[in-house]
Write a protein that binds this ligand. Structure first.
Ligand code: IMP
Length: 200
């Protein structure tokens, strides 16, 4: 059975990537950094999502020696000039929790009216193996709500209301999030390349 390794310890991301694979049912063994705790964390020193995805993919591939999927993603808020961007996971400090990051974002947007709370999630998925890497991008536009709402998902999901909806990502069913999200869109673009790789 072919194997793909997910270069992440973020259980929210891993769940969404696993669901994408489950739907295709391609018979691939999937592992992630959560299964191999001895692999050290990779420092994300890149200035862009692409750079960080490549850093993660390369360093994990050198250790596990099977094709790797890396996801680098984050939230860009217009009012904050695109912050937190690549620093989304560490917005309120190195070991920040999702709750702390959301609270910092709410504080920074205190008093800012809805029309000025536009934001987007971006995701770069990188498939990296022996041959040329493939890069797949997805974006999801929306606004930042005035308070936390909903309990599913992870990260900034309780604050992010995608365009065309009134609920946050944390209130929407996971199947809906996966269809319209930045990660879902990047994975949909990856699907053809994945199927091709499986045939060879
Ligand atoms: P990184 O890609 O490991 O640098 O971290 C991405 C960070 O962006 C996560 O820790 C979240 O804070 C945020 N993020 C990325 N994708 C999502 C999402 O789908 N929902 C909520 N937050 C997300």
């Amino acid at each position: 059975m072919k194997e793909i390794f997910i270069a992440s310890r973020n259980s929210g991301k891993i769940r969404e990537i696993r669901e994408f694979f489950d739907q295709l049912d391609p018979g691939i063994k999937l592992r992630s950094l959560l299964d191999v705790p001895e692999i050290p964390d990779i420092e994300e020193t890149g200035k862009t999502f692409e750079e960080n995805a490549l850093l993660k993919a390369k360093s994990v591939f050198e250790i596990v020696k099977v094709p790797v999927i890396a996801d680098d993603s984050g939230l860009e808020v217009d009012f904050l000039g695109g912050r937190p961007g690549v620093l989304s996971a560490r917005y309120s400090g190195e070991m920040a929790s999702d709750q702390e990051n959301c609270e910092k974002l709410l504080n920074e947007l205190k008093g800012v009216k809805s029309s000025d709370r536009k934001a987007r999630f971006k995701c770069v998925i990188l498939f990296y193996g022996e041959s040329n890497p493939g890069t797949y991008e997805g974006t999801c536009e929306g606004v930042i709500g005035n308070s936390l709402s909903g309990t599913s998902g992870f990260g900034y999901d309780p604050l992010f209301i995608p365009n065309g909806y009134t609920e946050t990502f944390a209130e929407l069913p996971i199947e809906v999030k996966n269809k319209i999200s930045h990660r879902g869109k990047a994975l949909q673009k990856f699907e053809a390349a994945l199927m091709n790789w499986l045939k060879n």
